[in-house]
Design a protein around this ligand. Sequence first.
Ligand code: FES
Ligand code: FES
Length: 160
Amino acid sequence: MVIEFILNNKRIVLDVNAEMRLIDLLRSSYKLTGAKLGCLSGVCGACIVLYNGEAVKSCLIPAFRIGGSTVVTIEGFAETDEYCDIVAGLTSTGMEGCLYCRAGKILTIESLLAKNSRPTRHEILAGFDGIKCRCTEPDSLVDTVMAIIAIRQRRLYGRS
Ligand code: FES
Ligand code: FES
């Protein structure tokens, strides 16, 4: 099946087979390995990408479903100011983690803040329900997202 979609700001036209998952397409056809091969069953969050702006688990999405959509991987997102805000926030609170699901966390934070620039503690924790990260305590996660919000507000408006 031939599909057309936008991947990291580039228009792609590709013939995919019905068995292929989005994570396979990204890693094997485009060498975008930031989406990690974790549990491959929708539990860990290591494979998260942005799919029409939503943080989704690419191991659960058949490649043919992305026709007409926009997909951003951590490699594409790393080119943005928003990525720099998030990395600065992670660094400021020492929440870099082990890299296993770091990309998934970054893209989840972006998806959360794109919809809600001032989430509550409860909304932050609910947004991370889908990630099983051994390196992140709930309190440090909330502190980190709050730090990122302050960094972003300063960049955009000169104040936090
Ligand atoms: S690899 Fe997709 S959720 Fe774990
Ligand atoms: S960064 Fe998530 S398991 Fe280490």
